[in-house]
Design a protein. Structure first.
Length: 342
């Protein structure tokens, strides 16, 4: 019996297949976008009809994508980008700098994110009668620095991302000014987040160790640069594919002692982190916190990856209450006494 899937789950799977087939539309003159869409829909329907559960469904989709890529004429050419980097090209939308057809993707507290095409590529080449760059999708984070409230600061975010370049940190491709005092940050577009995979229950056990290892390596490097991220959570951990690699993203409230816009080390802003991922030192007013804040949040993420799925390790209640979070931490880990606290 086919699994119980929402329309969005099935649409996501069709889109993943189309992403792979977009490579052939670009590389083969006899291919068309309509053919790719029809075949993608057929592949998804077959996987849906043949699956017994959600995990089986996603496994069949992954297998179909790998098989399709291996049978294509592109396969025998030098290694190119991952299948999730071949874009389903957006149409319509607005222009932001040199990017056209930018379509709205989602919103942050002080930003809007658009998805657009970089027609000159994102530094990825593949041989199609010579080396050339494929168009790739980019995420454009549109901010208004003058309207931001501390600790949010997109100008500082640009500076810190330039310092924190690492294989497991999202790459800042460029930043540029837009009319109206807006600052736009361009990143490679990643189709997945760890939060998505945890909510869908589609994170494969075989990938758990590598995802956590890459997260910790990224954090280790960030901290070696003297940077505290201050908002580690599943939705800020991007994935190129459902198996990785990992990219730590959103440095909008990150802190560094060396950055002129960061507050003093002993008087850091306390309103950082997200609800259930906030550590005890924030809840008890310790303004001189350090990178252990990120490690606590990463530990909460690890618990979800290996065991809890979409359920958080600690519960801050419906309103995100600090008191509810303290109670949950003490109930889960035990109440500290004078021998172990502080």
């Amino acid at each position: 019996m086919p699994p119980n899937l929402s329309f969005l789950d099935r649409f996501d799977a069709i889109s993943r297949v189309q992403v792979t087939q977009a490579a052939l539309v670009l590389a083969r003159p006899d291919s068309s976008a309509n053919d790719a869409q029809a075949e993608a829909t057929s592949i998804e329907q077959t996987a849906f009809d043949s699956s017994d559960n959600l995990q089986d469904y996603h496994s069949r989709i992954d297998t179909a994508i790998r098989g399709f890529a291996s049978n294509s004429s592109v396969d025998n050419q030098p290694a190119g980008p991952d299948e999730d980097e071949f874009p389903v090209l957006p149409t319509g939308g607005i222009s932001l700098g040199r990017y056209t057809n930018a379509v709205h993707h989602n919103d942050g507290l002080f930003s809007e994110v658009y998805k657009a095409v970089a027609h000159d590529g994102c530094g990825v080449t593949i041989k199609t009668g010579g080396f050339e760059k494929y168009p790739c999708l980019v995420a454009l984070k549109v901010t208004n620095p003058s309207a931001m409230e501390p600790p949010h600061d997109s100008v500082r975010e640009v500076r810190l991302l330039d310092r924190a370049r690492h294989e497991f940190v999202i790459e800042l491709l460029e930043s540029f000014q837009q009319s109206g005092g807006r600052l736009v940050l361009a990143f490679p577009f990643m189709q997945y987040t760890l939060d998505d995979q945890l909510r869908k229950g589609s994170l494969q056990p075989a990938h758990q160790n590598s995802i956590l290892s890459q997260l910790m390596q990224g954090l280790e490097y960030i901290h070696s640069c003297g940077i505290i991220h201050r908002d580690i959570k599943p939705s800020n951990i991007l994935l190129r594919s459902t198996s990785g690699p990992v990219y730590i993203s959103d440095f909008g409230i990150a802190w560094s002692a060396d950055d002129p816009s960061s507050e003093p080390a002993d008087k850091k802003i306390m309103d950082v982190g997200t609800t259930s991922y906030r550590p005890p030192e924030l809840l008890f007013g310790k303004q001189w916190y350090d990178s252990s804040l990120d490690m606590w949040a990463a530990g909460c993420v690890a618990a979800q990856v290996v065991s809890l799925g979409s359920q958080t390790l600690f519960d801050s209640g419906d309103l995100g209450s600090d008191l509810a979070l303290i109670k949950s931490i003490f109930s889960t880990l035990g109440t500290p006494d004078l021998k172990i606290w502080p």
